[in-house]
Design a protein around this ligand. Structure first.
Ligand code: FES
Length: 368
C-alpha cells in the first residue's frame, strides 16, 4: 500500500486525536498504517511502558512550531516536562531523523539530511515509525554509538549542532562534512631540482617585476649614477701630457740638409739640420703648428717645403712663410745639447722669428 504523505495539519490532527484517545483511556482500534505511523500510540520509550494495564498518561504531543523550534534551536529546553517520552520530542526527532537518514543514506547516498525540509520529513517519518513500530523505534533509539558509527561514517553524518546550524543557515550539512581533499605523499609533493630551479627563477622574476621592488631597483640605479657623477665631479679636469722636455738623441742622427719627422706624431716637432737660415750649420726644432689657424702642415721632401693642408700656406725649410694665408713664420722651440751628448728639446719655450728671437742661443744648436 502506497504510503500517504501527511501534511502538518494531518500530523497535528492525528496527534491530538491520539492524545484525546489516550486521555479517555481508549486505545485506538486497529489504526491505519499511516495513522499508526503518525499517531504516537506507543512511544519510543515504550520498553519501559507495560503492554497491559492502565494506559499511562501520555503527554500532549508538541505542535509543529515546537518541533521546528526545537529542531532549529537544538535544545530541549523548550519541550514540556515529560517530553522525553514523546515520540515527537527533539531528541526523538533527531534520532529518528538520523536513523532514517542513515538508512536512507545507505540506500540512497544522495540523501541530504541537513535541510529543514529533511528534518521535518525525518520527524514525520521517524515519528510515525516510532509510533507505529515501537520495537523498531526502540531499536533505533537503542542503537549503540558504535553501531551507529559503523552504519554510516562519521564524516558523512553531521552532528546535531551541524544539523541545527545547517537548518538555521540553510546550508546542507553534507556540504559542511564534505571530505577533505587527499594530500599528496611527501615524496610525490617533493619536486625535482630542475623544477625547483624553475620555480625559484619564476619566483625571482615575479619578485623583481613587482611594482614595489621595481621602484626600489630604479631608485637604486639612479642613486648609483648620481654617486658616480658626484665622484667624477670631485676629480680635477686635467689632461695627461708628456713632459715638455725630452731627449731626441745625438746630433749625428740628423744629417745636414734634412728634416726629421720622427717626432711629429709623439711630440709635434720637426728636427731640422740646415744652414740655409743664416749660413751657419745649425740644428733647431720647429713647432708643427700652422701660424694661420693651427693646422699641422706636412713636410714635402720633394718640394723642400712645409705645406699646410687646411688653407695652403707654405713654409720654407727654415720655417719662413712664403705662400698662403699664414701671417708669420713657424715657431721654434727650445733645444740644447745635454751633458750626455744628446739633444734635448724643451717645448715650454718658443721663439718667434719676427720678434728676433731666433737669434737666441736656446733656439738652436750650432754644429762644428
Ligand atoms: Fe694653415 Fe690655414 S691653418 S693655412
Amino acid at each position: 500500500m502506497a504510503k500517504e504523505k501527511l501534511t502538518t495539519a494531518d500530523i497535528l490532527a492525528r496527534a491530538r486525536k491520539q492524545d484525546a484517545g489516550a486521555s479517555s483511556g481508549e486505545a485506538p482500534a486497529a489504526p491505519a498504517p499511516e495513522a499508526a505511523e503518525a499517531a504516537p500510540a506507543e512511544t519510543p520509550s515504550v520498553d519501559t511502558a507495560p503492554s497491559a494495564g492502565p494506559a499511562p498518561v501520555k503527554p500532549k504531543p508538541a505542535s509543529t512550531a515546537d518541533i521546528l523550534a526545537a529542531a532549529r534551536a537544538g535544545t530541549a529546553g523548550s519541550k514540556p516536562a515529560g517530553a522525553a517520552a514523546k515520540p515527537t520530542a527533539t531528541s526523538d526527532i533527531l534520532a529518528a531523523a538520523r536513523a532514517q537518514t542513515g538508512g536512507a543514506a545507505a540506500a540512497k547516498p544522495a540523501a541530504k539530511p541537513g535541510s529543514t525540509a529533511d528534518i521535518l520529513a525525518a520527524a514525520r517519518g521517524g515519528g510515525a515509525v516510532a509510533a507505529g513500530k515501537p520495537a523498531a523505534g526502540a531499536a533505533a533509539k537503542a542503537v549503540p554509538p558504535k553501531a551507529a558509527a559503523t552504519a554510516k561514517p562519521v564524516g558523512e553524518r553531521p552532528s546535531v549542532q551541524e544539523m541545527v546550524k545547517a537548518a538555521r543557515e540553510g546550508v546542507p550539512a553534507a556540504a559542511q562534512s564534505a571530505p577533505a581533499k587527499p594530500r599528496l605523499p611527501v615524496s610525490a609533493a617533493k619536486k625535482p631540482d630542475a623544477a625547483s630551479r624553475r620555480s625559484f627563477l619564476g619566483s625571482a622574476i615575479v619578485w623583481v617585476t613587482e611594482p614595489f621592488m621595481a621602484a626600489w631597483i630604479a631608485m637604486g640605479a639612479i642613486a648609483a649614477v648620481w654617486g658616480l657623477a658626484a665622484a667624477r665631479f670631485m676629480m680635477p679636469n686635467m689632461i695627461v701630457e708628456p713632459p715638455s722636455r725630452f731627449k731626441i738623441g745625438p746630433p749625428s742622427d740628423y744629417p745636414s740638409g734634412t728634416v726629421s719627422t720622427k717626432w711629429i706624431a709623439a711630440r709635434g716637432v720637426w728636427i731640422v739640420n740646415t744652414d740655409q737660415y743664416d749660413g751657419r750649420n745649425t740644428i733647431y726644432a720647429l713647432n708643427a703648428v700652422c701660424t694661420h689657424l693651427g693646422c699641422t702642415p706636412n713636410w714635402l721632401d720633394g718640394e723642400q717645403k712645409f705645406k699646410c693642408p687646411c688653407h695652403g700656406s707654405g713654409f720654407y725649410i727654415t720655417g719662413i712663410n712664403f705662400e698662403g694665408p699664414a701671417p708669420r713664420p713657424l715657431e721654434r722651440v727650445g733645444i740644447r745639447l745635454a751633458d750626455d751628448g744628446s739633444l734635448e728639446v724643451d717645448k715650454s719655450v718658443k721663439f718667434q722669428e719676427e720678434l728676433g728671437q731666433w737669434q737666441d742661443g736656446s733656439s738652436y744648436v750650432e754644429l762644428a
